[in-house]
Each structure stands twice: as C-alpha cells, then as structure tokens.
Design a protein around this ligand. Structure first.
Ligand SMILES: NC(=O)c1ccc[n+]([C@@H]2O[C@H](COP(=O)([O-])OP(=O)(O)OC[C@H]3O[C@@H](n4cnc5c(N)ncnc54)[C@H](O)[C@@H]3O)[C@@H](O)[C@H]2O)c1
Length: 259
C-alpha cells in the first residue's frame, strides 16, 4: 500500500523545519509533509542530500527550501529558525530528526570519549538547541508542534551502544520535559521511537546476513520498517489530528518494544 497517497491528514499552510532532511527518515518525512500541504525547510549538514530532497519535493509540486545546518551549532540552529520565518513567513512545526550513530560497537569501557562527545553534541545537544529556538519563536507566534526522533534505543538498551542509547534516552527525557513546560502555552512536544528502518544509517548492519536475521528476530512483525512508516507518525503528530497528544514517545517499531 502506498500511504503516500493517503491525504486525510492535512498540513496546509504550515511551515515545518526538518533536520536531517537530506536522507532516510528525514527525507521521507519532508516529502510526506510537503504532500500534505506544508512548506518544508530542509536542514542538513549534507548539502547534496538536502538539495536532492528539495528537488524531489518541488518536482512533485510541493514547496521546500534547503539550508545547510549543523544542529550541534547554536548559530546554525538560530539561522534555521530565522530562515523559515524569512522564506516562508513563520514556523509552525518541527521534526528534530538529525542524528549520528556510533562507529564502534563495543562495551562502555571501550567507547572512545571522542565518539561519546560527537554523539552527545549532535543527538542530544542538537535536539536541545532546536527545541530552544523553535519554542522561542512558537511562544511568540501562536504555538506549534514539535516531534523529536528518538529510537527504540531510547526506551530499552541495545548492547554495545552506550553513547547512542544514552543520547536517545535523553531525547525522550527532553521531549517529556519540554512537553510539560509548554503544554498550556500552545506547543505540543512528542517523540517517535523507530525500530529498525531501512535507511543509510542501517545499511551496513542489513548487509550482514547474521545481523539482519538478528534484527528481524527482534521485530515481531517479521520485517524491517520503511522510512514512510515513520513519516506517517510524524505527519499525524504534527497535525491537528493529534491536538490532545503531548509528551508521548510513540514506538513505531513493528512490536520491538512489546517483547
Ligand atoms: N534507521 C533506523 O533504523 C533508525 C532506528 C531508530 C532511530 N533512528 C533515528 O532516525 C533518525 C534518522 O535516521 P536515518 O536512519 O534516516 O539516518 P540517515 O543517516 O539516513 O539520516 C540522518 C541525516 O542526519 C544528517 N545529520 C547528521 N549530523 C547532522 C548534524 N550535525 N546536523 C544536521 N544534520 C545532520 C545526516 O547528514 C543525514 O542526512 C535519527 O535520529 C536516527 O537516530 C533510525
């Protein structure tokens, strides 16, 4: 079923910033949000990927613009919000999706400090900075909706991935904390915890037959997810259909966290 054809949830007139929009889940979400009527600011360190996403949206008749943004840099994040306002007249929604993975899979005592710092800077501080400046704008301009991409690794541990697991738990904590701060002020803040999704981030693991089998066994649904599976949840949480939903971390994981 091509749910990209499902246009029940509309986002007409909304301006939405998507970090990490140049690849995988961020790209699929940018495309779906644009299909549903949103103007999308695609923000990524990957200029080629980000521009390609914008091209895909525009060739399908949607509105999008790319801005090179490193979410771990405060000035870049401020510029991202300013660009959405300048280019499209506001910022009503945000998908904070950019993240990096660990290069090594090893127990905590073998985790290089440099890797820990890199993951914290992008996955954790990046989400903090994005919410800080998105909320600053939204508080003065009628509210909004923010979705952060966590992971099943933000709800349970995955062995040999301490830094990644810690940063994704932090995303869930930041989501809950911010949802309390802003619930009565017109900003909803939610997270999605994807299971294994077929994107460049998971490419290496999926090419190893043993690792692929292990991943499949961890998902009761018996298959690996596709980026559009996550995009559908993102579109719903960003839309008024989820008007009474805030502070949740929604697993979209083929049952991973239910076993
Ligand atoms: N693929 C999976 O199985 C899976 C599972 C659970 C959670 N996630 C999460 O989903 C999100 C998207 O992952 P994906 O699988 O689409 O990965 P991906 O590698 O395809 O895309 C990540 C994007 O983030 C961008 N990015 C990296 N560092 C950045 C920075 N400092 N500033 C701005 N952009 C930056 C990359 O350039 C890339 O375009 C991530 O938060 C990831 O942790 C993925």
């Amino acid at each position: 079923m091509d749910t990209m054809q499902n246009d029940r949830i509309r986002l007409d007139g909304r301006v939405i910033a998507v970090t990490g929009g140049g690849s995988g889940i961020g790209r699929a979400s940018s495309q779906l949000l644009a299909r549903r009527g949103a103007k999308v600011l695609v923000a990524d360190v990957n200029e080629e990927g980000g521009r390609e996403t914008v091209g895909l949206i525009q060739s399908a008749g949607g509105e999008a613009h790319f801005l090179r943004t490193d979410v771990s840099k405060e000035a870049d994040v401020q510029a991202m919000v300013a660009e959405a306002v300048k280019r499209f007249g506001g910022l009503h929604g945000a998908l904070n999706n950019a993240a990096v993975e660990s290069n090594t899979h090893a127990p905590l005592h073998e985790e290089p400090l440099e890797q820990w710092n890199r993951l914290v800077a992008v996955n954790q501080t990046g989400v903090f900075l994005c919410m800080k400046y998105q909320a600053t704008h939204m508080l003065k301009n009628g509210g909004g909706s923010i979705v952060n991409i966590a992971s099943v690794a933000g709800m349970t541990a995955i062995p040999n991935l301490a830094a990644y697991v810690a940063t994704k738990h932090a995303v869930v904590g930041l989501t809950r904390a911010a949802s309390c701060d802003y619930a009565a002020l017109g900003i909803r803040v939610n997270a999605i915890a994807p299971g294994a999704i077929e994107t460049p981030m998971l490419r290496d693991a999926l090419q190893d037959p043993q690792a692929r089998d292990h991943i499949l066994r961890m998902h009761p649904i018996g298959r690996i997810g596709q980026p559009w599976n996550i995009a559908e949840g993102v579109a719903w949480l960003l839309s008024d259909a989820a008007a009474f939903v805030t502070g949740v971390c929604l697993p979209v994981d083929g049952g991973y966290t239910s076993i």
